[in-house]
Design a protein around this ligand. Sequence first.
Ligand code: ASP
Ligand code: MG
Length: 458
Amino acid sequence: MNRRVVKFGGSNLKSREDILRVITAIKNYHEPIVIVVSALYGVTDRLIKSVSKVKRDKDAIDIILKDLYNSHRRIALKYIKDPDARNETLSKLKQRIEKLGQYLLGIHCLEDIPNCADDMLLSYGERLSSLLLESILRYMKIESKELLPEKIGLVTDGEYGNATIDLEQSKKNIRNIFSENITYIIPGFYGISTEYRITTLGRGGSDYSASAIAYCIDASSVDIWKDVSGFLSADPCVVKHPVSIKELSYNEAAELSYFGARIFHPLTFEPLLGKRIPVRIFDINKEGKKQIPLTVISNKGTIKRSVVKSVAYLDNIGVIKLGTPGIGIKSNILNQIIYQISKLGINIKTIISSMTSMNILVSKSDLNKCCREIAALNLLTIDSIKCYDNSSLIALVGEGMDTRRGIAVRAFKAVAEKNVNIQLIASGSSRVAIYFLVSRKDRTKTIRAVHDEFFAGK
Ligand code: ASP
Ligand code: MG
């Protein structure tokens, strides 16, 4: 039987008591598993903050090292009672933390943080949690072994801070590695480039590590343990009674992750497209031996009668409106702009253009930089550049969006009845999503109206 890949996120590793829930979940698997683990809750954020401090302040090194050691030590002491086993674990943790200390000293001396060092440092959250978990499981007589991504060859394209995993190369390296009948533990969030550089996968990247490893070994499932209630029909902070979604296709889940249901790293489903590996989401807070997944995500795309399965939104969206008379018939404008923006390493979320204007959607934090850069191009064909940072993007997601009629009209009628103006609409580029922009102040009203339209009475 193929292994399951089982991922525990930072939210499963908040308090000392949480670890007990993780251990119970692990014990309830009766087949061999590969665990992918995130850093303890908040550790990556703490690392990011201290890395920038250390550049100027040498004392910050000691502070962060002690802080990390204590967070991990507290958990080790709670679960490992035997003095020898304890000492062994603490000395392993110390060794790993000392290594981190050497890197931090390096950046302090350089007074600079090269990208390769930054990624290496940030990977330490996961390196420490995986070491800790291995020690605890061993102490509890669950035979286990930690394997580091650089040792097994989880290969990336080398882009620092936002790397993509080379699935084919990684598969060749990893396919036959998990041969013993034991539990393997792999730190998530990073891989190794072909130049042997540690490269991180972007925030929340452990989900993506898990699905990539599942791809490499043809796992029987990717089980993701969360402390939230799986995918919902809308954000519970916005809508009073969202419905929980039992089944989603990979495409639906990918669009929802992209459009703001902040549950998964957006690339999580990419390795699984075309595969038959279900992603099962479990709630760590549910007790009991027989765990039932909250949501199962697979290649099976079922069409719901009312099509829409969820309404998602993004607030941190920036819109650049370029007045470009004739853009529809002139070549070479679009590629100059895209080239310029991509040189800054900025991700364009989407572009929608017409004969007289072009709209570029980016993250709000990139908006000003993008506008400056486009202005600096001095293109004669652009006669106005306007930036807007007060829009929200609303997305309706569901299989059948491209083939069933009447969905858009229902949504837009519901929005119009609330007197909300729609600034821009995009439909058809995704098979399973339509999205539109409204003013930020109308966001909540809009979501409630659309959600009511498709879910009232459920
Ligand atoms: N520790 C990383 C982060 O906080 C990766 C993860 O949790 O998945 O973004
Ligand atoms: Mg996460």
